[in-house]
Design a protein around this ligand. Structure first.
Ligand SMILES: *Cc1c(COP(=O)(O)O)cnc(C)c1O
Length: 392
């Protein structure tokens, strides 16, 4: 029977507690399992303990995939998936706007293995096709992208990969399986930082890959040697988190839309980047491949405001490096994720000093709006030297 999203989140892959009839999956912490008279040689680094297998089934079902594997971090998932399909002399085409950790992995490590790589000039399908060479094996996309929430055409990229006999991979972290299932558009391999929406409470570091049995077996063969599996206790916590992923992410979609509209109409905010706004350049494309537009958005403060002062003035919304928790957080890409690339290249990528990336949580949107209002008021008063706070 085909089940709906929240039923999969709650029940798919659960382990029935035959011994005590408990309501939730028991946690098996064993690293040692009998090897005689059993079919499967179980071991945490083989990604096949009872809890690992059960959660993999849930993630596979969420991504409409045949199989999945859970890793110790999003980067363990990304690095293992990439290296499983690339060897010395091979070439990969990657989207130009990638998560910083993926960019670092490729640019700092690939030359050691003799793997060639090219980043696209833009995000149109032609930009990907233009970089394909004779030895290209993999094409890698990330949509929506960080921090400007650009959208890449998933089915066009999958079509290009098929035409040239390449393996297509996507980092689906920002959308989450709630809003986007790239396998339905022909992408081969789906990767997640489960640290983000799957975990959702800013207390789990994990990753996941989902694909066909054939491709997952290839990733497993390398994964067991690299050793990037996830501890069973965290696997169990992640199962618990994913039970509420559907309701969390849908609430975050709604809040992000409300916040995007509020900021878009605000006189002190110059620009808002959110694929759910009709004025977003990729809004129509987003509608063809996303069921919801996600909980991430970015906005530009009017240049008269200072981004770090603004963040400090917020009371409810926390400045924070990570994203996708139930609590709202902000960061300044120019000061954090994109600090090392230099002001010129930053501007070239459209990242101004006043850009704020906003991970919208599940709080009441009115309270988030009030927080932004009070922060803007506070820093404009400070700027005019009219600090109303007497010395205490
Ligand atoms: C956080 C993140 C990653 C890396 O995941 P970790 O769990 O931190 O290793 C990869 N891609 C995207 C889009 C991310 O946001």
């Amino acid at each position: 029977m085909k089940k709906g999203l929240n039923t999969i989140c709650t029940h798919e892959g659960e382990i029935h507690d035959e011994q005590f009839k408990g309501a939730v999956s028991p946690l098996y912490m064993s690293t040692s399992y009998a090897f005689e008279d059993v079919e499967v040689k179980r071991y945490p680094r083989y990604f096949n303990t009872p809890n690992q297998v059960a959660l993999s089934q849930k993630i596979a079902a969420l991504e409409h995939a045949e199989a999945a594997m859970i890793f110790g971090s999003g980067m363990a998932a990304i690095s293992t998936a990439l290296l499983a399909f690339l060897k010395t002399g091979d070439h990969i085409v990657l989207q130009k706007t990638l998560y910083g950790g993926t960019y670092n992995f490729v640019s700092e490590e690939f030359s050691k293995y003799g793997i060639e790589y090219s980043f696209t000039e833009g995000l149109d399908p032609e930009d990907f096709e233009a970089k394909i060479k004779k030895n290209t094996k993999v094409i890698f996309v990330e949509t929506p992208s960080n921090p400007l929430l650009t959208i890449t055409d998933i089915s066009a990229i999958a079509g290009i990969a098929q035409k040239h006999g390449l393996v297509s991979m996507i980092d689906n972290t920002f959308a989450s399986p709630v809003n986007q299932n790239p396998i339905d558009f022909g992408i081969d391999i789906i990767i997640h930082s489960a640290t983000k929406y799957m975990g959702g409470h800013s207390d789990i570091c994990a990753g996941a890959v989902a694909s066909t049995h054939e491709y997952m077996d290839r990733i497993f063969q390398l994964g067991k040697n690299l050793g990037g599996s996830l501890s069973d206790f965290t696997v169990w916590l992640l199962e618990r988190s994913i039970k509420t992923m559907g309701i969390r992410v849908r609430a975050q979609n709604g809040n992000a839309q409300a916040m995007a509209e509020f900021l878009d109409a605000h006189s002190e905010i110059d620009k808002v980047y959110y694929p759910g706004l009709p004025n977003h350049p990729d809004h129509d494309l987003a509608k063809t491949q996303m069921r919801g537009f996600g909980g991430m958005l970015s906005f530009e403060l009017n240049p008269k405001y200072d981004a770090s002062q603004f963040q400090k003035a917020l009371e409810l919304i926390k400045p924070s490096m990570s994203l996708a928790g139930v609590e709202s957080t902000v960061l300044s890409p120019a000061q954090t994720s994109h600090a090392l690339i230099g002001p010129e290249e930053r501007l070239n990528q459209g990242i101004t000093d006043g850009l704020i990336r906003f991970s919208v949580g599940i709080e009441e949107p009115e309270d988030l709006m009030a927080d932004i209002e009070q922060a803007l008021k506070k820093i404009s008063v400070e700027k005019m030297g009219l600090n109303t706070n007497p010395i205490v």
